[in-house]
Design a protein around this ligand. Structure first.
Ligand code: GDP
Length: 297
């Protein structure tokens, strides 16, 4: 992930650190290149502008340009600012899943990786946090999606709510809640239906499910390769449903990485996890400092 962005920025900063003395103009020129690299990586214009402004303010003072290693100091300022843009509050990847059974609502568009991520997260909760997890698919229009979750459940050893034909999503959510309480589950995950685009019917359905489940976490799963579209999807879901975090999938691909940078700045919601492949263990906590390091090469 971030290959293109880090290549571009790596080049800019290599030159900067090799230079001895730096004038304020040198710094500004380098930051112009950083701005172009960010835009090319599909970071939104206001976010790129704000980022450069913040860095420029800190990096063009005499304390930096007249220091012994001005280039390295500028790189450090960029690094710290990247973390500030990427990081949310609290521990990365932390979920509010106290008071069992804690509901987690999984939302997103079709094909974004929602069902796969539901299972990956269930596996992580089971293996890492030793939680007893129940998963339920609410995608009543796509029987294949319901079966897919069941198959993944068997594969990772996590229970799924038995499929009952003809039930609507709200009824399934209620049954999951009852089953989770009766079965002594710590967490139950509701994998909601997705559509190819955001529409009223989808939103109304997810809203109705949210109202009966009263989720502790509502995680939006979006394809990280879709750049600005991922950010718009997040804005939409957040304003209608209210999300507590984002999972960016397909970050193993050669995406431009811009979605990660814009996501937090635009939506104010943290990226909690990233998907790094199709396998069940390909889910990682989103760590801003590691990502910042990777971007700078
Ligand atoms: P849904 O329609 O949102 O539930 O999407 P699915 O979970 O069915 O995922 C759609 C496709 O994307 C499947 O083939 C998944 O294996 C794949 N996928 C999901 N997450 C990732 C990821 O992080 N990386 C890659 N490379 N593929 C993923």
């Amino acid at each position: 992930m971030f290959e293109n962005l880090s290549e571009r920025l790596g080049g800019v900063f290599d030159r900067l650190t090799k230079q001895g003395a730096l004038s304020e103009d040198d710094v500004r020129t380098a930051l112009r290149e950083v701005r172009v690299a960010l835009l090319e990586a599909d970071v939104s214009l206001p976010v790129a502008r704000q980022f450069i402004k913040a860095v420029e303010k800190k990096a063009t003072g005499a304390a930096v340009t007249k220091s012994v290693t001005p280039g390295q100091q500028v790189v450090k300022i960029v690094h710290d600012e990247l973390i500030a843009v990427l990081a949310g509050e609290g521990e990365p990847g932390a979920l509010r899943i106290d008071s069992p059974p804690a509901p987690i609502l999984m939302v997103g568009l079709q094909g974004g990786g929602k069902t796969t991520t539901t299972a990956k997260l269930a596996r992580r909760l089971k293996e890492r946090d030793h939680k007893k997890v129940l998963m339920a698919s609410l995608d009543v229009n796509r029987p294949a999606a319901m079966e897919q979750l069941e198959i993944l459940g068997k594969q990772i050893g996590v229970d799924t709510l038995p499929i009952v034909k003809g039930e609507d999503p709200v009824a399934i959510a209620k049954r999951a809640k009852t089953q989770a309480a009766l079965g002594g589950y710590d967490v139950y995950m509701l994998d909601t239906a997705g559509r190819l685009s955001i529409d009223e019917e989808l939103m109304a359905q997810v809203e109705a499910v949210r109202d009966v489940a009263n989720p502790r976490e509502t995680l939006l799963v979006v394809d990280g390769l879709t750049g600005q579209d991922a950010v718009h999807t997040a804005e939409n879901f957040d304003s209608r449903i209210g999300i507590t975090g984002v999972v960016l999938t397909r970050m193993d691909g050669d995406g431009r990485g811009g979605a990660a940078l814009s996501m937090r700045a635009v939506t104010g919601k943290p990226i909690k996890f990233v998907g790094l492949g199709e396998k069940m263990d390909a889910l990682e906590t989103f760590e801003p400092d590691r990502v910042a390091g990777r971007i700078l090469g």
